[in-house]
Design a protein around this ligand. Sequence first.
Ligand code: ATP
Length: 140
Amino acid sequence: AELTLAIVKPDGISGNHTNSIKNIILQSGFTIHTQATLHLHQHTVTAFYAEHSTKTFFPSLVKYMTSGPVLIMVLEKVNAIADWRTLIGPTDARKAKITHPDSIRAMCGEDLERNCVHGSDSHESAAREISFFFPDSLSV
Ligand code: ATP
C-alpha cells in the first residue's frame, strides 16, 4: 500500500483535536505506520518548508510551526496520498468551512496559515517528507 506524511500542527494539538483526527484516519481505512510527537526547531521547519522560504508568509509560518508540539504520522493505505489530501480539505481553512464542511481543516483549522494539518501533495513530496522525519524508514 502507499505511504503519506501527515502532521497535526500546533493548533491541532493545542485545540485537542488529535483524538478526533486519529479516529477519522482509522475510520477512513488508513493504518498509522509510524508516529512521533516533536517540538520542531526553527531550522527543521525551514528545511521542511524550503520551497516556501522566499514567501512573505514564511517567517510567520516558522513561528506558527514552532509554537508547540506537532504529531507526525506516516499513514498507510491504497491511494493514501490523494485520499489524505481529500480528507484534510483546502489549504485555507476559512474557505474549507464553506466549500468542504466535512473536511478536517473545516473542523479544526482557522485560516490560510493555521490550518491544523499537513499532507504530502505528491509521490515525490511523500518520499521526501517521510525520509526527512524518519530517515531509517525502509519502505520508501
Ligand atoms: P501543507 O503543505 O501544510 O499540507 P498545503 O500544501 O495545503 O499545506 P502549501 O501551499 O504547501 O499548502 O503551504 C504550506 C503551509 O504554509 C500551509 O499549510 C499553511 O500553513 C501555510 N501557508 C500557505 N500559504 C500561506 C499564506 N498565503 N499565508 C500564510 N500561510 C500560508
